[in-house]
Design a protein around this ligand. Structure first.
Ligand SMILES: NC(=O)c1ccc[n+]([C@@H]2O[C@H](COP(=O)([O-])OP(=O)(O)OC[C@H]3O[C@@H](n4cnc5c(N)ncnc54)[C@H](OP(=O)(O)O)[C@@H]3O)[C@@H](O)[C@H]2O)c1
Length: 299
């Protein structure tokens, strides 16, 4: 049987959800390399143990340098809200394609990259289950298909909404939590730290099977319930909740890609049911422990 992966290169490690994964991999005794666009930002935000390689996904040679010596790769890539639909390079599509091609070429030349882990999302399945038509979800679906057909075993993670979204993802502005539309569907919010631990555990899997995990946290909450929990547990002064009607956000979206993206994402999160599907990940990767109240208390 192949020996477990020990050396992992992370691409997107300076991102909101890349940082907790990098920290967990370091704590999990992996040798971690991060390919980053901004070395200064990476030095400020990533643990000292991480080897930093300056690089951009658009440059094949950068990826080759970052993957030299790697046994595993972890991709934390996103499509930023301000990104136009027809952007020439989308990290979640073109970046994934580029990495798959580089890994295949390097392995043919004798490299030993044995697993690629990638963050996707639970909500993008709304495209199929609720016929929610959005170009972003199509890109995520395309990436999943390309990964499943890769020549290297892949692990795809489909997380629910991250707790970090509430304080770092634009919901918390000044002293206000800004909620868009009516949140009807409870989501199993997960903390980045719990997710990071689960990713680190997943890289201990050996063999040539693809693995896919739905990642859900300990308790289902609507955005509304999460906001009330935030207000109750935040220690740094009073927090108010503001509400913006979805129709208003959608109307404003005519003038801005970013607002349009946020309106569409909120529409999906508010309306697509998120049934419980996280048991396999809990059994195999460990149970996430951090509740949203605990997360907020530590801010
Ligand atoms: N928020 C949620 O609740 C949630 C839930 C489930 C799934 N997800 C998914 O999680 C994924 C990651 O989210 P995130 O918030 O961590 O995204 P993010 O903060 O935008 O991070 C993206 C990372 O990719 C890097 N990057 C972008 N373009 C690059 C390029 N050309 N070359 C090299 N690196 C590049 C960025 O580098 P810089 O630091 O230099 O910009 C950054 O480190 C997304 O796909 C999202 O859909 C999110």
């Amino acid at each position: 049987m192949a020996s477990p992966v020990k050396k992992i290169t992370v691409i997107g490690g300076t991102g909101m959800l890349g940082k907790p994964v990098v920290r967990a991999l370091v704590r999990g005794d992996y040798e971690v390399t991060a390919m980053v666009r901004n070395l200064e930002k990476a030095k400020r935000t990533l643990p000292d143990e991480v080897k930093l390689v300056s690089g951009d996904l658009q440059n094949r040679d950068d990826i080759i340098r970052a993957l030299e010596d790697a046994e595993g790769v972890y991709l934390n890539l996103s499509t930023r809200p301000e990104t136009p639909k027809y952007a020439e390079f989308l990290p979640e599509r073109d970046g994934v394609e580029q990495v798959l091609s580089v890994v295949s070429e390097m392995n043919s030349a004798g490299a030993g990259i044995r697993r690629i882990g990638v963050i996707s999302s639970l909500v993008h399945r709304c495209a199929d289950t609720n016929r929610f038509d959005w170009w972003l979800f199509e890109i995520k679906k395309w990436a999943v298909k390309a990964l499943r057909e890769a020549q290297v075993p892949v692990t795809i993670f489909y997380p629910s909404t991250f707790m970090e979204t509430m304080d770092q993802g634009g919901v918390f502005q000044g002293r206000r939590l800004v909620l868009v539309g009516k949140s009807r569907q409870p989501m199993h919010f997960i903390a980045g730290a719990d997710y990071g631990r689960m990713v680190a555990e997943a890289f201990r899997v050996t063999g040539d099977q693809n693995c896919e995990f739905d990642i859900q946290g300990p308790e289902p909450l609507t955005f509304e319930e999460a906001a009330l929990t935030f207000v109750k547990n935040y220690r740094h002064g009073p927090v108010k909740i503001s509400r913006i009607p979805l129709w208003l956000m959608k109307a404003a979206g005519i003038f801005s890609n970013e607002v349009q993206y946020l309106a569409r994402m909120m529409e999906a999160l508010n309306s697509c049911p998120e049934p419980w599907s996280g048991q396999e990940a809990w059994n195999r990767l460990g149970r996430p422990k951090i509740t949203f109240a605990e997360y907020v208390k530590k801010l």
